[in-house]
Ligand binder design. Structure first.
Ligand code: NOJ
Length: 536
């Protein structure tokens, strides 16, 4: 592994590259078709060789997997399909030995309907202290047959489900994910304890799921879009929760990354005040189309909104919820929006891949930390999932119009010639089908190819570790032709991205460090290509 870059900050999280593992689909150690911790442990060297600093695991806790593990039945137990707590502890230690920090995913907004608290709440009945930990209410209408309010779901469809005794309970996601009542002291105490539990086991950080949704309007009032303040997104009370969490994290030197989808820059930055979360995902960048003006504005806005709170920006191109980068950037509409996802949207994969390669260099050169989603380093496209194999509740709750998120969750290809591309060590069919043409994306094939996406990422990450100027710090735009993004960091490090349709000259430089694709014969930068340069 490359030696650490002395110009980088000591706060590792301010400029780290963090790799997201979706355990179900990373590697299958026991060969039953579902990824697991044994699989991850066996493949940790891949991550160390790739050159990332940390690994974020999407939920690995005991769960009925109605929403891919974001329906947690027990925050202190590993799901048996993934392994045991003992294995998780070993994994954390083995990762540390390879220089990799571990980030776990905490889901505080809701639990599984199999969680002991919810089972107790159902059994205890209306008015009980057990129900007070959730949002149970009588219905409206003459017989209480109507839901208590009109709140929209995060997953389309209903937000209330009626139980046999007539009461309704709130769930912003599926009915199997009842929302917790964050005004209840038990809920706060329990989560603080869960944080301690994982920090005690050596994790370096916590990703906070649905971080802006926890607090609800106390009266659970109705909502008129565009007229009322939102009754459950970004309520002020939430910040008090994160201040108490920060005090716990500080004891262990742990860090937070919040899943905060908020378009308002000022409201977003509130989560990053010095006594709250260290970082939050930058979804505006993820959603931004591959257009020079929009990208530049998003980068500027991101840096401007983080500056007053002294928090580092994060840069994310994809994750387990969104369309894979190579596919998205090859479409007519290169923006990401949950609302417009449809089956069969055409994509020019060659174009999308060229752009994804350029986007990798752009992203890794920006100030702050970067999140890489498993398979992004392989340039995986979004897979088409046959209708009878779709599993994601988002698809079913949309009435079948939304293809869901399975297409970015397909088990990884490791070995081109092996069954299931080496995903599993046994006969189990992968839990989601892998496309027939994925041998070309397999890790072993890309390892041997100097022009592969994997080689590009490895080279870029090694440079990012060793060349001064990357990571946290200032960014200065350079004059460039319309449609070309060019900026310097410190110490002459320069990044240029050509988003026009014609080749562009490179800015003055003393050394060409890396390009995302070959230059033209006369040394100019082709369309949809990026370069890292060293200037005086
Ligand atoms: C955000 C997670 O990333 C997503 O996968 C999940 O479905 C929702 N939160 C609900 O937990």
């Amino acid at each position: 592994m490359a030696a650490p870059n002395p110009s980088r900050t000591t706060d590792w999280w301010r400029d780290a590259v963090i790799y997201q593992v979706y355990p179900r689909s990373f590697a299958d150690g026991d060969g039953d078709g579902t990824g697991d911790l044994a699989g991850v442990r066996a493949r940790l060297p891949h991550l160390a060789e790739l050159g990332v600093d940390a690994v974020w695991f999407t939920p690995w806790y005991a769960s009925p997997m109605v929403d891919g593990g974001y329906d947690v039945a027990d925050y202190r137990a590993i799901d048996p399909a993934f392994g045991t707590l003992d294995e998780a502890e070993k994994l954390i230690a083995e990762a540390a030995a390879l220089g990799l920090r571990v980030i776990v995913d905490i889901v505080p907004n809701h639990v599984s309907d199999r969680h002991a608290w919810f089972r107790a709440a159902l059994a205890a009945g209306p008015g009980s202290p057990e129900r007070a930990r959730f949002h149970f209410r009588p219905g409206r209408g003459t017989d209480g047959e109507l839901p208590p309010n009109d709140w929209p779901s995060q997953f389309s469809g209903n937000t209330w489900t009626r139980v046999p005794d007539g009461e309704w309970y709130l769930h912003l996601f599926t009915p199997e994910q009842p929302d917790l009542n964050w005004a209840h002291p038990d809920v706060r105490r329990e989560h603080e304890d869960v944080l301690r539990f994982w920090f005690e086991r050596g994790v370096a950080g916590v990703r906070i799921d649905s971080a802006a949704l926890l607090a609800k309007d106390p009266g659970l009032r109705d909502f008129v879009e565009g007229v009322d303040p939102h009754p459950y997104i970004d309520q002020d009370e939430i910040h008090d929760v994160y201040r108490s969490w920060r005090a716990i994290a500080d004891i262990y030197g742990g860090v937070f990354v919040g899943e905060v989808w908020l378009p308002d820059a000022e409201r977003f930055a509130r989560y990053l005040r010095p006594d709250e979360l260290h970082t939050a995902f930058n979804f505006n960048f993820l959603a931004c189309p591959w257009e020079p003006g929009r990208l530049r504005r998003t980068i500027d806005d991101t840096l401007a909104e983080h500056a007053p709170v002294h928090a580092p920006a994060t840069w994310v191109l994809c994750n387990h919820d969104v369309t894979r980068t190579a596919t998205r950037y090859g479409r007519a509409d290169t923006a990401f929006d949950f609302a417009t996802k449809r089956f069969g949207t055409p994509s020019d994969l060659e174009l999308g891949t060229r752009r994804a390669r350029a986007a990798a260099l752009l992203t890794l050169a920006l100030p702050g930390s970067v999140y890489l989603y498993q398979g992004e380093e392989l340039g995986l496209p979004e897979a088409d999932i046959p209708p009878d194999r779709v599993q994601d509740p988002m698809h079913f709750r949309s009435g079948g119009t939304d293809p869901g998120r399975d297409g970015c969750r397909v088990p990884l290809p490791w070995e081109a010639e092996a069954p299931a591309y080496g995903f599993g060590a046994g006969p189990g069919e992968p839990w989601l089908p892998q496309p027939a043409d994925w041998a070309r994306y397999a890790v072993d094939r890309q390892n041997a190819d100097p022009d592969s996406m994997l080689t590009l990422y490895r080279t870029a990450l090694a440079l990012r570790r060793t060349v001064p100027g990357f990571g946290d710090g200032p960014l200065t735009w350079l004059p460039a032709a319309d449609g070309v993004l060019a900026f310097t960091r410190t110490q002459g490090l320069t990044c240029v991205v050509n988003l026009t349709h014609t080749p562009a000259p490179l800015p003055p430089h003393t050394e060409l460090l890396l390009t995302s694709g070959p230059l033209t014969p006369d040394g100019t930068l082709p369309p949809d290509t990026a370069a890292w340069l060293q200037a005086d």
